[in-house]
Design a protein. Structure first.
Length: 189
């Protein structure tokens, strides 16, 4: 079965998912400077990316996702939360202590994992926060021995993922009324 079929069929990824994997996780703080030494925030202040379980993350992650996907992009609210959140690993970006971005990481088996629900509040975009969330999840994938990371990208933001090495695969398709395309990143052993 190809990865496009195996992956949770969801917009970024919203909708029904097919795989549930339980993960025990505690919060692991990682300061910005340790994530990408060469990258500098365009505005002063602290940025911290924390890895959390859904239990720990849901209060903050839901607020960011609701604002970005439901209020801004018009994704139906009933698609925003799904059963995969409970078993996913969540990355949360805190700018000066305020949660301003999030994404989730789902183990799919066979050395694959999927990134989804990548969102940064509009007023905090263009400052490298999304990039740091992605770098954090790429490091997490490597630490778990993942060989390929997949995601369903909104076509409009594909350049964001391409900058970190993701490549497009297959045709465009629609999810939650938004044009998407599958992307993949092979991780070296
Ligand atoms: C996509 C998103 C998470 C990016 O977050 P961000 O914090 O603004 O991104 P960054 O500032 O870290 O950008 C990193 C790089 O990607 C580029 N980039 C970011 N968004 C881009 C876009 N829409 N188109 C082209 N390039 C983009 C930036 O210019 C930057 O390039 P640089 O490293 O050469 O300076 C954010 O725009 C967002 O939340 N969008 C709405 C929700 C969404 O569409 N999520 C994706 C679902 S698949």
């Amino acid at each position: 079965m190809g990865w496009a079929l195996k992956a949770a069929a969801t917009h970024c990824n919203h909708g029904m998912g097919y795989f549930l994997y339980g993960i025990e996780l505690s919060s692991t703080p990682l300061l910005f400077g340790k994530l990408d030494e060469d990258y500098h925030l365009e505005t002063p202040g602290t940025l911290e990316i924390l890895i959390k379980s859904w239990k720990e993350a849901k209060g903050s992650a839901f607020l960011v996702r609701h604002e970005v996907f439901v209020n801004e992009q018009g994704v139906p609210v009933e698609l925003e939360l799904d059963e995969l959140d409970a078993s996913a690993i969540h990355a949360l970006a805190y700018r000066n202590g305020e949660c301003v971005g999030t994404a989730r990481f789902i183990l799919l088996g066979d050395g694959q994992a999927q990134i989804g629900r990548m969102a940064v509040l509009a007023q905090f975009r263009g400052q490298g926060i999304g990039k740091q969330i992605l770098i954090k999840l790429m490091a997490l994938a490597k630490s778990k021995g993942i060989s390929s990371l997949i995601l369903h990208s909104q076509v409009a933001v594909m350049p964001f993922y391409e900058k970190l090495g993701f490549e497009a695969q297959g045709p465009n398709y629609e999810e939650a009324g938004i044009a998407h395309r599958n992307m993949i990143l092979m991780l070296p052993k």
